[in-house]
Design a binder for this molecule. Structure first.
Ligand code: COA
Length: 155
């Protein structure tokens, strides 16, 4: 059976207000048009929104994810890890947790958009059953780039 336990020292939990500064820092490392702290603050306690953080011991927040849920559909709006902790399988652990939360909320179809050049993320999403369902031309700015629209069917 697949080992789904988190590595030692790693935990995943709901985002709290005091995590927002660390999350915004990771967001700024990861995306060229990052969300501001006020955006995350506005999402706290909003029905249908799941804000999830990954922490590592005393270091605190090392990653986060934002999930929207509307009835049986969801959208994975954001998923990122701090630069130094990428490429070690932690993104897969975080995504596995997000999918579990989505399932518990009754999501059956989970959508996401990803930059067409973001091979690591696309590889990760494929590994969790996401498939391509569309392309949004020139969806992203800085730099301009297409978005691949992907969908996973959750059971
Ligand atoms: C995208 C991101 C969250 C991925 O996290 P990560 O920890 O770097 O990635 P991981 O090491 O967990 O996963 C990638 C690997 O998991 C593998 N993988 C795929 N399915 C898997 C599964 N079910 N279980 C474990 N590993 C899996 C992939 O093959 C890939 O392997 P590779 O390193 O050989 O290419 C991270 O790189 C990041 O924060 N990037 C910047 C922000 C970003 O682009 N976010 C996505 C926006 S849509």
């Amino acid at each position: 059976m697949e080992d789904v336990s988190l590595p030692t020292g790693i935990a995943v939990r709901s985002l709290r207000k005091e995590d927002i500064d660390a999350v915004v820092e990771i967001e700024s490392e990861a995306f060229s048009s990052p969300w501001q702290a006020s955006t995350f603050e506005g999402l706290l306690d909003r029905p249908g929104v799941e804000l999830i953080v990954m922490t590592e011991g005393a270091r605190g927040v090392i990653g986060y994810a934002v999930l929207w849920c509307i009835l049986d559909q969801g959208e994975l709006a954001n998923l990122a890890l701090t630069t130094s902790r990428r490429g070690a399988g932690l993104g897969a652990h975080l995504l596995r947790h997000v999918l579990e939360v989505a399932r518990k909320r009754g999501v059956e179809k989970l959508f996401l958009e990803v930059r067409a050049s973001n091979e690591r993320a696309i590889e990760l999403y494929h590994g969790f059953g996401f498939t391509d369902v569309g392309l949004r031309r020139n969806y992203y700015e800085r730099p301009t780039e297409d978005a691949r629209v992907m969908l996973a069917t959750l059971r």
